[in-house]
Structures are given as C-alpha cells and as structure tokens.
Design a protein around this ligand. Structure first.
Ligand SMILES: [Ca+2]
Length: 339
C-alpha cells in the first residue's frame, strides 16, 4: 500500500515537472521569438522595405507552434508513393477539374495557347495544390513565414521569403489584408511562395492588381512560371518501369534535391524489364527514380521505379518532392483521357 502511494506521488511529481518544463520552454520560445522579430525588422528595413510597412505587417506576427508540427510531419516524408498518388489523383478530383474547365474554358484555352502549357497540367497543379481553390489555406502567412524563419531547420530560406513578401506589400503588388494561405507561407490557387509571385506572377487581365485567388491571373501566372522554367509542351514527364535487380545502385535516385546520373533511355535497356513496351523516344535523356527507397522501412528498393525526363524536373522546381511531381503528372494524364 505504502509503495503504491509513493508510486502515485512520484508520478504526480513527474507530471508536474513535465508541465513546468513545457511551460518554461513555451515562455522561452515566445520571448526568443520577440527578440528575433526585432532583429528581423532591422534587416528588412536594410533590404529596402519602408519602415512603415515593416512595422505594420510585422505588428501581429506571432509564433505558431502548429507550423513547426506541420513542417516536421509532411506527407512527403512518410506516405509511400502509391498511397500518395492515389489519394491525390482520384476520379472525384478529375470530375471537379472538368467542371472547372467547362466553366472557364475560353480563359484556360487562351492561356494554354499563349504560354504553350497544356491545360491538363494547369488543372492538375491546381487540383493537387488546393483542390481547385477549395483549400487555399487560412493561416496568416506572415506569422507562418516568421515562425519558419525563427525556427532553425530552414531559417535562411524562409527569412528571404518573408523579406520578399514585405517588399511585395511595400510595392503594392500584394495587398496585406489578404495574406492568408498555407502553413508554409504559400498563397492562392496555385500556392505561390513570395519569391514565385515576385518572379512569375502576372496581372493577366490588366486591372492593376495580381489576383492569385482568381482564375485569369492565377492560371496565367502558373502557365508563365512553367513556361519560364522550361516545361516543354507535348513531351513526357515520366514512365513507370520494372527494374531488373542488376541495375547499379548509383542510378537509383531517391532524393528530390538533385536528379543524378542521367542517360539516354536506350542506355538503360538491359535494366528495364518492360523496355519494349515503353511508348517513348528512346533517345530522350532520362534518370531513374525509386522514391520509396529511403522512407519506407523494408521497402523493395526497385519498386516502384520510374524513368523521369526534363519535364519532371520542372515540376520538382515547383515543389521539391518526388511524389508530388509524380502525382501532378499522373493527374495530368487522367485529364488528357477526359478532355
Ligand atoms: Ca489582375
């Protein structure tokens, strides 16, 4: 009995200690965050943003612990390729995309012709990024970007993004009242990061503001972006292959950081069991990806495997995730069969 009581008491002390330390750590990160905001504001002014805009926009920036949780638990890190693609390219998604296309046909067709980007690709990107504008995100992206800048993991990248966002507000390209988007600071129908807005977004309907939550400006901006980074219309993105296990490991790419060891398709002939069924130009430059190799414990390293081409890397430019690019090109092909 006494032992039981002691045990209970120990547990309560333990719980109290945990509570104490977690409170302290929240307190510490809040005060550290405020100190970081002060330093950041000085840097932003140095980079040319007006003091007035820096103060106004940063006034309500808060540390969002949820953003850190999302950052550490992205589906790209734990979902296997088949699950990831299946979830994002189902019939329902195709149906929704077709409905949008029917409604906006003349605008989308015009943009396809002007920027030489397949309408199916644009629909696929919008479908995967925001489910056709349904999930634009409700996060205050100034706070999201500030949280990720304050956090150590990718501080430099997000600090630059936040400064660019302030510059866009300062130059009246972006309205500070509508800065709601994803936990990672992306915005609009196609989830543009501030840098993408600055480099590629356009006021297509020429009404002086760039409206990335409206069809005309958002589709034209996405098409302009893909065109500028070198997407080639009517050339393939990827094909699925069955690999022979004699393939040297150096040819297996499993990181989206950079795609290595590219060769002409015909070079890989002896390693691809379904080579003769591949309906592609065998002189195209290609690389092999095996996306599940690192994240799925005990996965068969050779399945699934894909040959990927230059267009695939353009989608990686958009979002550095092997699975994301596969899902986008899969959904694109699903639309091709329907439109
Ligand atoms: Ca506009």
């Amino acid at each position: 009995m006494i032992i039981k009581k002691m045990h209970k008491r120990l547990i309560s002390i333990y719980v109290l200690l945990i509570l104490f330390f977690s409170q302290t750590s929240t307190f510490t990160s809040n005060s550290e965050f405020s100190a970081w905001v002060k330093i950041f504001k000085i840097e932003a002014v140095k980079s040319g943003v007006s003091k007035k805009v820096v103060n106004e926009v940063m006034l309500n920036a808060i540390f969002l612990p949820k953003v850190i949780e999302y950052d550490r638990y992205q589906p790209e890190f734990y979902e296997d390729t088949y699950t990831y693609i299946k979830k994002r390219t189902n019939k329902n998604k195709v149906k929704k995309g077709l409905a949008l296309y029917k409604k906006e046909k003349s605008t989308i067709d015009k943009i396809e012709k002007e920027f030489l980007i397949e309408k199916e690709l644009l629909l696929a990107l919008m479908g995967i990024e925001t489910n056709f504008g349904k999930y634009l995100g409700k996060m205050d992206i100034v706070s999201s970007l500030a949280t990720l800048s304050f956090d150590k993991r990718r501080s430099e990248f997000f600090t630059k993004e936040l400064i660019i966002l302030l510059q866009l507000v300062d130059q009246k390209i972006v309205d500070k009242k509508i800065l709601f988007g994803s936990w990672a600071g992306a915005f609009g129908n196609f989830q543009f990061m501030p840098r993408t807005i600055r480099n590629y977004a356009i006021d297509y309907n020429k009404n002086t503001t760039i409206e990335l939550k409206q069809t005309e400006d958002s589709f034209a901006s996405a098409a302009n972006y893909l065109n500028k980074i070198g997407w080639k219309k009517n050339t393939p993105c990827f094909v699925k292959i069955n690999l022979d296990n004699t393939i040297p490991k150096k040819f297996l790419n499993s990181s989206a950081g950079s795609i290595k060891n590219k060769k002409k398709v015909k070079y890989f002939k002896r390693y691809i069991k379904n080579y003769n069924d591949l309906n592609i130009d065998k002189n195209l430059l290609a690389a092999i990806i095996t996306p599940d190799i690192d994240i799925i414990p005990g996965s068969n390293t050779y399945t699934p495997a894909y040959l990927v081409f230059s267009n695939y890397e353009k989608v990686l430019n958009w979002n550095r995730s092997l699975r994301f690019a596969l899902a986008v090109c899969t959904l694109k092909d699903n639309f091709v069969n329907e439109i």
